[in-house]
Structure formats: structure tokens, C-alpha cells
Design a protein around this ligand. Sequence first.
Ligand code: NAD
Length: 294
Amino acid sequence: MKLGFIGLGIMGKPMAKNLLKAGHELVVYDIVTKNVEDVVQAGAVAANSGKEVAQQCKIVITMLPNSPHVKTAVMGDNGILEGAVEGSIIVDMSSIAPLASQEICKACQEKGVKMLDAPVSGGEPKAIDGSLSIMVGGDQKVFNEVYDILMAMGASAVHCGDIGAGNITKLANQVVVALNIAAVSEAFMLSTKAGVDPEKVFHAIRGGLAGSTVMNAKIPMIMEGNFKPGFKVDLHIKDLNNALETGHSVGAPLPMTSAVMEMLQVLHANGSGADDHSAIAKYYEKLADLEIRS
Ligand code: NAD
């Protein structure tokens, strides 16, 4: 099938390549021209705007940083809605505010265009091997229509509810991940400061109740002092900001999320905004004046 793909960054690029591998034709666009080159070399055709992408493809996928970027790409000048026709489908796989998804969907509906919010979890490694977890909001029939396309990029695609439900699910995911990295960092600082080799602690506890996907992914990076992203501190600030705003609007207090948000703010202020979110460990390393190293 001929598909559009807009936003070819850390996540979008490997996701687009997996769609090519699955046999789809791709028309792609990114505001940064060099981000397009790799995917074009893999077989995609470049377009000059979201409008041009939508004129050529009835299904357009977006993978952009945050709500304002998706609004610009969909509703802005030369955006997707200028090229889309009645019955076109936009699948926004970015992690954005659920209220923004609902607002963008409304603008789409006015043109007879259908939209799903379908953010992902799994990070760059799972984007590369096509095993992302995809959480989807919007019309069940539209979900069924694009299910096979989603499964070319993911290991699972779950319909969570109406438009915005995908991003609400993603916010829950991001709260769990942020708090888990903080918990792992705090615990490993305790054991390292008390004189036990973090490598031994990792091997001793990873198989028990304290073990987690986060611990398996992040502790090896932390022990190497490798904070190359991955998922950037600044993107996690964006997600926790959306979580706190959503929590406040529905009356769900998020005290632990607020605490970890302030840790991320410290990292951002200290020049670590572009580090991997495992840099939360650096916040603890500064507090305790010790690195978590084997
Ligand atoms: P990124 O910054 O690497 O990529 C975003 C891309 O969008 C860039 O290439 C940028 O040039 C392009 N872009 C921005 N505005 C545009 C516009 N108006 N039109 C066309 N292109 C535009 O970000 P990423 O890490 O790929 O993340 C994308 C989304 O996926 C974010 O919402 C993020 O929270 C989410 N996410 C990221 C990860 C991860 O590990 N990186 C994991 C899960 C979810």
C-alpha cells in the first residue's frame, strides 16, 4: 500500500524503514532535509510538504515531537489537511497531549478525514526491530483498517478507547518509566555508596520482584556512564508536563510524578536535556557525590 510518513527522527526513521521492509510504498517528509536521505536511500520517495504527502497517500503517519508540531504538520500552511481528501486517514504516532489529539481530530472531521492517536513505547531499539507496543485511540473501524500497517512496526497494537485514549495510555506508561528510573537510580546509589558492586546488585535482584524492563535497559547504561539517547530528558519533561496537566484536569493527583519532574528540570538546567532519561542517575550521582560504576 502507498503510505505517507512525516517525521523521520530517532523513532520515525526506523519505523518508516520497517514499513518499506513490509512491502509498502512510502512518500516521506521532514522539515530537516538530511533526516529524509536515509529513508529515501532505503526506497522511499521524498515530498516537499505534508500537503504533498497527503495528496499522494490516503493514509498518512506522523511521528513528531509534541502537540504544536503535530498541529502545524496537520493543520498548518501546506499541512496534511490541505492535501487530504474525504476518507483519508491520519495516524499520529507521536506522544502528545490527549486534549491536542482531540482538537486535531475535530479539525480532521470537519474535512471528512479520520484520525487515530497511536503513540508507541519501546524506544529506538524496538523501533528498529519492529517490536514497539502501540496504544491506540479513535474509531475501532479505522483501527481495524490500519491494524496490519501498525503491526509492521510493532509487536502489539491495542485499541484503548476514543480519540485521546492512546495518549492517555502513553502518559500512564511514561509515569511508570520515569518513576522506575528514579527508583532504580536511588536504590543503586544506596548500594554503591554502601560499598556493594552495582553489577552484583543488578545480577542479584533483576530476577526478583524488583526486576523490570527499565532496570534491564538502563542499569547497564548507567554503570557505563553512557547517557547517549535513546529517549531524551527533554522529551520526558514534555511527557510529564502533559501527564501533570492531564492529571490536574481530571482530578488525579500525581505527587511522585511531580518529584521526578523536578529531577528532570535539574538535569535540563545543568545541560543534560539532550541526554538519555537514564541520566536521572546523574542527578543522584551529584547529590551523593559518587558515580554508580562497577
Ligand atoms: P526526534 O526529535 O528525533 O524526531 C522528530 C522529527 O520530527 C525530526 O526529524 C524533526 O525534524 C521532525 N519534525 C518536527 N516538526 C516537523 C514538522 N512540522 N513537519 C515535519 N517534520 C517535523 O524525536 P523522536 O525521538 O523520534 O520522537 C518522536 C515522538 O515519539 C515523540 O513524541 C516522542 O516522545 C515519542 N517517542 C520517542 C521515543 C524514543 O525513545 N525516542 C520512544 C517512544 C516514543
